[in-house]
Design a protein around this ligand. Structure first.
Ligand code: TXA
Ligand code: MG
Length: 341
């Protein structure tokens, strides 16, 4: 549906990647697939396009954008230096769902970094994203392609549901494989900090650089120590939020809680987001993340399940925490933010 501007985003097939590159080259903005979620792309070196990304998302200017690169060989276009630890993390996890916060080059506008001297960079593990970057021959900013604070998109249709009348294109690469955003790691002078749990589990990151010291977020947040200005403005408590009020309960508790809720509020229609629970009852709608309890499958389905439940216009959603090895940490982080009011 075109908005007041009359604009309708072009839905581009993988064969039309050069059209996407052309739109970006001429200052356009559009969504592209990555292995995690769809990103809202703009050429890093076109400030007017960057400004439009903030405007279209309704994203506050204090929340910095991450930058996508075609490969580690593009690092020198955007960052000043890459410490040996950062090099090791990049070598192990790129292309992949890991964002590294590194000292930015002067050419990277502070609009992108929200005034910070650092910039978040990653190499996406998606052939279409890489092809797009190579054809454009410039890094792309890429926040998730959704309205600020809402559920991230894992299909082209999710993107169009919110942004069809405000962006220029969506490059349709099908559903995203990982389903939760990248892990964000702040590379400090002599320590590392996980700012956002994501597609690479914390224990896997730690094992990759066993000699490194990891500081908890709480210890670095607020401090201005170190060369990077240790802020993490984008990790706001309320995020990934459905419109329907959502309660987050303990692992395995979503189904019993939904039964209790229905008993107390017989006129309420309830949605249940469960890892592998079962219930068949009038007035209760269920989305199961993974029938086998597989957390990789669960992460991949998380946002789509949440969207489907939210679209039903129910009175209440009840979601349960999942176990925390592997991607469980990232899934629970998203659920906690979705539950904040
Ligand atoms: O998987 C992903 O990372 C997706 C796909 C599209 O690549 N992108 C994404 O971008 O989730 P965004 O902008 O929604 O999240 C980036 C996160 C935010 O929490 C932001 O605050 C943080 O990274 N961030 C970016 N630059 C930063 C910086 N210089 N210092 C601290 N945090 C930063
Ligand atoms: Mg986001």
């Amino acid at each position: 549906m075109p908005g007041a501007s009359g604009r309708v985003a072009e839905r581009l097939s993988p064969a039309q990647v050069s059209r996407a590159a052309e739109l970006l080259r001429t200052g356009g903005i559009g969504a592209f697939p990555t292995e995690t979620v769809y990103g809202l792309g703009a050429d890093l070196f076109q400030p007017a396009a960057i400004a439009r990304v903030f405007a279209v998302k309704g994203r506050p200017h204090f929340d910095p954008l991450i930058v996508h690169l075609a490969g580690p060989h593009w690092l020198e276009r955007v960052v000043q230096s890459v410490s040996p630890v950062a090099q090791e993390l990049a070598r192990r996890f790129w292309p992949g769902p890991l964002t590294l916060i590194l000292p930015k080059r002067e050419e990277v506008t502070e609009l992108v970094t929200a005034g910070l001297p650092s910039v978040g960079v990653r190499v996406p593990d998606h052939p279409l994203a890489i092809e797009l970057l190579q054809q454009l021959d410039s890094p792309l900013v890429g926040p998730s392609a959704n309205l600020f604070g809402q559920i991230s998109p894992t299909t082209a249709t999710h993107v169009l549901d919110q942004l069809e009348s405000t962006i220029d294109f969506v490059l349709d690469g099908g559903p995203c494989r990982v389903g939760v955003e990248s892990s964000v790691v702040l590379v400090g002078d002599d320590s590392l900090t996980l700012l956002r749990p994501g597609g690479v589990p914390y224990e896997v990151l730690r094992a990759a650089v066993p000699q490194s010291r990891w500081l908890p977020r709480e210890e670095v947040a607020g401090h201005e120590s170190g060369s990077l200005g240790l802020l993490s403005p984008g990790t706001l408590p309320r995020h990934y939020a459905p419109r329907t009020p959502l309660d987050l309960v303990a692992a395995g508790e979503a189904v019993p809680q939904a039964q209790r809720w229905r008993a107390e509020h017989p006129d309420h229609r309830v949605g249940v987001l469960t890892l592998r629970g079962r219930i068949d009852r009038p007035g209760v709608w269920v989305e199961t993340l993974s029938a086998t309890g597989d957390l990789v499958e669960a992460a991949g389905r998380l946002f789509a399940c949440l969207r489907r439940l939210d679209a039903l216009g129910l009175d209440r959603l009840i979601a349960e925490r999942v176990p925390t090895p592997g991607l469980g940490h990232a899934i629970n982080d998203r659920l906690e933010r979705a539950a904040r009011r």
